[in-house]
Unconditional design. Structure first.
Length: 527
């Protein structure tokens, strides 16, 4: 467990296994090219500024008691100091520009710089949602074009563009489903949503948020929806099912057409979680499988990795039955160009309302369309093929030293292992993940999905080369061999070479220190 110094930063405890650590700790805290960087508040620049500001023309007398009388309590940095501070911090974080990022279900892949360049073009980066529609015709045309290709790729007749991310898209889909049941007079009767045990956690949370009762559907031994259990729970009280395909175990739901048939036969709708669309894009159209609604994470499938530091986008494609209930705004083309239908009127008379104040994430729309246009139809098909190929390569190369959770048959875009192979070693999934940090790799998703004990979920994505995959695989093979050889200290005390040592994560979660405490004599900005 790390200790805390006087200003709240964790410090590295003395290494308990010197053979795995540096034999001669540095005198400055830096390690070669990695500088020891304090918090920005720990510097000595409290009475300087890197910017010259003109004296205010007003004394603020009209603010009454709101005038600040004490120093603002913010540190000042020169331009070189500010730049170095953030560069040094960036060197303490793993990044997709540094190495493979194997987080399963997150699609942490390379984001082509071309997409960033396009998103920064004038007319896209500097427009405002309250501008007159006549001045943003290019942006609306881009939205309309992107919508066209999303419908084409999914085989669906309509798409709602405004949802901001996956969970927001789920909310949109279920609200459209609820609106459809309200229109048919069955809303009060249909109060249940069926969700598989391996679903993303947002699925049951979204259903509950919309006001439905969540009923769990069992999973088969091979990691897929138990169709018999699903059939036994379908009835005239079910509003919808929510199924992820490919699912969270990294497997394609073989019975998905039968699942859709049973669902529709019961008068319910089929919501598909499209978080893993990159595994089937260009290969399978969800509309052909019987899906009624599916969100698409543009920030995962079509550029800008999930967690990439900016806004997401989760457009929702809708079947013919749900299309009339899509939320406003709608982009509509007529003889005079493009216009926005902002409320339930004309074509959108049955729209269930709005999801957000404006029209969606323009930056993400530009990136996604750039990604599509630069790849083309054959390139998007290759995206899915490479994502699946890379995951199966990892599964094949590691299955002799680690235990695949579902060893029979191929996986889709992510390879899932359990902790069976660690039995008798005193080493846990968490210990193994911490040791990966010492080898220069970000850990995979741990302990998820919950249906697999000690889960290690690896998604290599489609953008990794064989050389990088081999580098990653070889590191995991060596670690697996070390674990089986009894090198417990290597794992229990890892990481040794990270900027900070292992924290007491339970204590950090239960008693987080969320505020920096100023040294004596310094005023805080909020005081």
């Amino acid at each position: 467990m790390s200790t805390m110094n006087t200003v709240g930063r964790p410090t590295a405890p003395a290494p308990s296994t010197p053979d795995h650590d540096y034999k001669h700790p540095t005198l400055t805290g830096g390690r070669g090219l990695l500088q020891d960087e304090p918090l920005i508040f720990e510097g000595d620049g409290w009475f300087k500024t890197g910017v010259d500001l003109a004296e205010p023309k007003s004394d603020g007398g009209d603010l009454g008691d709101l005038v600040r009388r004490d120093p603002i309590g913010l540190p000042g940095l020169s331009e070189p100091e500010a730049m170095r501070h953030y560069v040094r911090l960036s060197q303490k974080n793993h990044a997709i520009d540094l190495a493979l990022y194997p987080l399963g279900s997150c699609t942490m892949k390379h984001n082509p710089r071309l997409n960033e360049k396009m998103a920064r073009l004038p007319g896209f980066s500097d427009i405002h949602p309250l501008q007159p529609v006549s001045t943003v015709q290019g942006a609306l045309e881009l939205m309309d074009t992107l919508a066209h290709w999303l419908k084409t790729l999914t085989g669906m007749p309509a798409v709602a563009m405004s949802p901001k991310a996956g969970a927001h898209g789920e909310l949109c889909g279920l609200m459209a489903i609820r609106a459809a049941h309200e229109a048919s007079g069955e809303h009060l009767k249909r109060r249940k949503v069926l969700v598989p045990t391996s679903a993303h956690g947002t699925n049951p949370a979204t259903a509950a948020f919309v006001g439905y009762t969540v009923v769990e559907v069992a999973q088969t031994d091979d990691g897929r929806v138990d169709v018999a259990d699903l059939a036994s729970k379908l009835g005239d009280d079910v509003a919808a099912i929510m199924v992820t395909n490919p699912n969270t175990c990294g497997l394609f739901e073989r019975d998905i057409i039968e699942i859709a048939r049973l669902t529709h036969e019961a008068g319910a709708y089929f919501y598909c979680d499209g978080a893993n669309f990159n595994a089937i894009v260009g290969r399978v159209r969800p509309g052909d499988l019987g899906v009624d609604a599916m969100h698409i994470n543009l920030h995962k499938t079509f550029s800008t990795p999930h967690g990439g530091g900016g806004p997401g986008a989760g457009p929702v494609v809708l079947s013919e039955a749900l299309a009339p209930f899509a939320p406003a705004p709608w982009v509509v083309a007529d003889g005079d160009g493009f216009k926005l239908i902002e409320r339930g009127e004309d074509e959108a008379a049955q729209a269930f309302g709005r999801m957000c104040a404006f029209n969606g994430q323009m930056g993400m729309f530009v990136r996604a369309l750039s990604y599509m246009m630069s790849h083309g139809s054959d390139g998007l098909r290759q995206v899915a093929e490479d994502a699946v190929l890379n995951a199966n390569y990892i599964k094949a190369r590691l299955s002799d030293v680690m235990s695949a959770a579902f060893p029979d048959g191929p996986c889709m875009h992510e390879a899932l292992f359990d902790d069976e192979w660690l039995k008798g070693t005193e080493i846990t999934t968490l210990d193994f993940a911490k040791a990966m940090i010492d080898e220069g790799f970000h850990p995979m998703t741990m302990y998820f999905p919950l249906v697999v004990h000690g889960a290690m979920l690896i998604e290599p994505t489609e953008t990794e080369s064989k050389a990088e995959l081999d580098r990653f695989i070889n590191a995991l093979r060596l670690l697996a061999q070390a674990a089986k050889a009894g090198e417990v200290d290597r794992f229990k005390n890892a990481p040794f070479h990270a900027p900070l040592r292992r924290l007491d994560e339970t204590r950090a979660a239960r008693s987080p220190r969320l505020r920096w405490s100023a040294p004596e004599g310094h005023n805080m900005a909020a005081e």
